[in-house]
Unconditional design. Sequence first.
Length: 295
Amino acid sequence: MRFAAIDIGSNAIRLLFSNVYETASGPIIKKASLIRIPIRLGEDSFNLNKITEEKVGKLIKSMQAFRNLMEAYDVISYKACATSAMRDAKNGPEVIKQIFKESGVQLHIIDGESEAQLIFETHIAESLDPSKNYLYMDVGGGSTEYTFFKNEERIWSRSFDIGTIRLRDNLVKKGVKEEMDEWLKEMGKKYHPELVIGSGGNINKLFKMSGLASMKIMSNTKIKQLKEFLESHSLEERIEKLGLRPDRADVIIPAAELFLNTLKQAKVSGVLVPKVGLADGIIHQLYQEYKLDQK
């Protein structure tokens, strides 16, 4: 059986198709296809407090295409979630209605806590040492979501309006970083997380650049080295010489800074990068809802 998840982020929108195979030992979820379009809603939302007609038009065309693909793929069900950029746009609700009218795709604007909860649905904690505590961190263009795991259970989630596009454009509101740092220090002292579990396109790219084997820990030192390496190249060089996409080349350094700051404040030595995110969480939720309906 196949499910689809749409993630309307601040930097890009994504359509994920995943197959679910039911076995005697439990369901196995495998990614079938991922489509990513760098529309960058955050550039509108965080600077203008609205989504412009140009980007609304791109969203509508994208959702029409996504709808056709979902029909061609014969998905059992889908869910589309919009995060920080759409949350902050004054015309967000109107844009949602227009997209539904033009494409038939229903978008849901979710808050930071709901976003963190969906990410938790990936059950990544179940594959780790249950006796240890972990801090899950998802970095987007507009916000960063944190979730603390203890004994395989979510014990605390928090979202902060600090993301790569906001940092790039100096749009982080006064006091937000200080609030985040205090929270991380407090949580670090209280729960002593073993590792940060990182998600998002930027940390995935940093991990790929590190040359580490799958599920190996990326240390604080390694991330610093990668950040310094990237900073030694101009934006054009990151695109031309290092092969980064333009919409990755200008935000990967702010993302590295966010991860380094988190490691410092929470006193954690490294990051595990399992390559899961919001769309993966949506797929897990859809499958669980399907099983409930079957019962």
